[in-house]
Write a protein that binds this ligand. Structure first.
Ligand SMILES: Cc1cc2nc3c(=O)[nH]c(=O)nc-3n(C[C@H](O)[C@H](O)[C@H](O)COP(=O)(O)OP(=O)(O)OC[C@H]3O[C@@H](n4cnc5c(N)ncnc54)[C@H](O)[C@@H]3O)c2cc1C
Length: 283
């Protein structure tokens, strides 16, 4: 690894000031599970690395008014165990529990996961389906970024070099909402998904769908929402015909690549299969 200067600020303001000093040659490090690999491979060459581990206020996981706020430094393990997370959506706790192995889960953080922007990661998929909003701050102020506007391309987000992710906020779910996360793992349990699907639906007392969210991972350059598929469900009963149609629309919305986890054609087909499974689970 190339030499670099390592700094560990004690406060958020100190971290933001250090970052503002030299944003183009500085990278922040949370768990380091993604960054250290990129540095060892010489794919990123920061002159300075700012370790965030002393910023304990960014680890908080809090129930808000019907929703929940997830601190950027909370680890996947802490999020999987937090009662506030499972009370909001059991599927979200299951999503964090589905990340990699216990070693990675206890080290890697939510903020690092979102900023890393690998489209095959798990948490962004369920957080998208739950209408998550990221809160970011730089030395000049804060802004809220809906997660469907955060990801630009593979390993690329709209975050500015001097911005830190502080937390993700999830709004209250509609009454009767059900959520699921389905990770297709044909290889080993600790792998990245071949494709993954999160679905959230709510129905009225007559069984008519009033709210639908479908998000997919490993199915394009960014995690994506299958909006046409969502629209096709609202106002209908979640029967086999509606689910089949939505699954076909979700598969058509994908843009996967050929890689060691399958061909693009196979992944598109699996996106349809796993969307149908996800919708049957919440129907
Ligand atoms: C062996 C292995 C298996 C994995 N398997 C999975 C898997 O199955 N599913 C999955 O979802 N992920 C998986 N991952 C990816 C892992 O979840 C992410 O690497 C992790 O969440 C990144 O978090 P981190 O805290 O380690 O980030 P870091 O490595 O510290 O940082 C990653 C990037 O985010 C930036 N960053 C970190 N925190 C912030 C912040 N608060 N604000 C702004 N930028 C920030 C860093 O500058 C860097 O660019 C795996 C990783 C490994 C090494």
């Amino acid at each position: 690894m190339r030499p670099f200067e390592y700094l560990e600020p004690e406060t958020l303001d100190e971290a933001l000031a250090l970052l503002a000093d030299d944003p183009d040659d500085t990278l922040v490090m949370a768990g380091g599970t993604a960054l250290v690999i990129l540095m060892k491979q010489d794919l990123v060459r920061p002159a300075r690395v700012i370790g965030l581990r002393h910023l304990t206020e960014l680890r908080q996981i809090e129930a808000t008014d019907g929703g929940v706020a997830l601190g950027a430094l909370a680890t996947h393990g802490a999020l999987a165990r937090a009662p506030e997370v499972s009370a909001h959506a059991g599927a979200l706790a299951a999503t964090f529990a589905a990340v990699a192995t216990v070693r990675i889960r206890e080290q890697a953080t939510l903020g690092g996961n979102l900023a890393h922007a690998d489209p095959a990661q798990d948490p962004p998929v369920t957080l998208l389906a739950l209408d998550g909003v990221a809160v970011a701050r730089s030395g000049t102020g804060s802004r809220r970024i809906p997660l469907d506007a955060l990801f630009v391309d593979v390993f690329e987000t709209v975050l500015e070099p001097a911005e830190l992710l502080l937390r993700v906020e999830l709004p209250p779910l509609p009454p009767s909402a059900r959520a699921t996360y389905q990770k297709f793992l044909p290889g080993t349990l600790d792998d990245y998904a071949t494709v993954s699907v999160a679905a959230v639906v709510a129905t009225d007392p007559g069984g008519i769908c009033t709210h639908a969210r479908i998000a997919l991972g490993a199915a394009g350059p960014t995690p994506l929402r299958a909006r046409e598929a969502e629209r096709s469900l609202v106002g209908r009963r979640l029967d086999d015909a509606a689910i089949g149609e939505a699954a076909a629309l979700a598969a058509a919305a994908t843009d996967p690549i050929d890689d060691l986890r399958g061909s693009a054609e196979y992944k598109r087909a699996m996106a349809g299969v796993w969307t149908a499974r996800a919708l049957r689970a919440v129907a």
